[in-house]
Design a protein around this ligand. Sequence first.
Ligand SMILES: C[S@@+](CC[C@H](N)C(=O)[O-])C[C@H]1O[C@@H](n2cnc3c(N)ncnc32)[C@H](O)[C@@H]1O
Length: 366
Amino acid sequence: MKVAEVLHMNGGNGDTSYATNSLLQRKVILMTKPITDRAITSLYSNLNNPKTISIADLGCSSGPNTFLAVSGLVKAVDTARKKLRQNSPEFHIYLNDLPSNDFNTIFQSLQKHQEEIKRELGDGSGPCFFNGVPGSFYERLFPTDSLHFVHSSYSLHWLSQVPKGIEDNKGNIYMSASSPPSVIKAYYKQFESDFSTFLKCRSEELVKGGMMVLTTLGRKSEDPSSKDGCHIWELLAMTLNDLVAKGLVEEEKLNSFNIPKYTPSPTEIKVLVEKNGAFTINSLEVSQIYWTEFDNDNISKNNEKNNNGGYNVARCMRAVAEPMLVSHFGEGIMEDVFHRYREIIADSMSKEKTQFINVAVSLIRK
Ligand SMILES: C[S@@+](CC[C@H](N)C(=O)[O-])C[C@H]1O[C@@H](n2cnc3c(N)ncnc32)[C@H](O)[C@@H]1O
């Protein structure tokens, strides 16, 4: 599987699109807003009335979340500059994702979002110049010392490739309690290499004192195969195994499919940041979202009875995983996959309190 070619969220604005089904990721952006606001406000104050601020959002996808994160950052700077009675800087905004991302949908809605930001900030606020930057964040994307702020939410858990040497992960599609130790090791090695490359590239692109807030899906446990990082993919593996049993998917096809992602613990992130040496850790926080919290339109915290039978969780996972599944298993089987997946998710939610763990790190370029 060539990750850069097949990894993208469902495009457009339709029923199964990422734009329509990214409520979980929206909640995460809003939950981490105090961290991003604090970071960009402190950066702005240290820059001493700058003429421009360059902000990059890495793994921006397409849909409302793309603008939610960056407009929040622009607003935080505007609030800070008003408090300090300074003229507004100009904002250079860079929206990055892999080339197969639906950039057309982003730019078709750009004018609407620009007008919204302008209206909210009022007169005297600097213009926002938006740029699309297609490419992998595991490579250099920007000129040396050209960025002030990097933001990335729910993107860095995607690896640059499926780890090598995991042929023995039979019946699984990600790390799980039944994966051989060699598989767990191979997944960590790939994450270690990718995250280190990411830090090196960004350390070259950020100015001294520049800041970066990264939020990934992660885990609390130090065991990479623990449930808190892997459960949702174990349920997809169960779904695919069911379809193998029904003769709808070939066993060999399932055995050769593995997800290119890694859910790190805060300690793993800390160790790799310290090893890289170019950044100081400003904060490192872990939070969680119960699946029930976004499985109901009238979100009610921790209310197990109020869930929507796995509907939103399954749709969110479809928007994220469908292109990858289609490229391996073919389009014809998708309705069966997501119908059964929803049943299995609903069953799991009725039996236990399932949650996604988020790890958010705020870094300063030394
Ligand atoms: C779940 S979406 C998150 C989108 C958005 N940040 C949000 O919070 O809603 C993850 C995005 O990361 C992108 N991505 C994954 N690996 C990437 C890479 N190596 N370089 C750039 N983008 C990548 C995917 O294409 C996808 O659009």
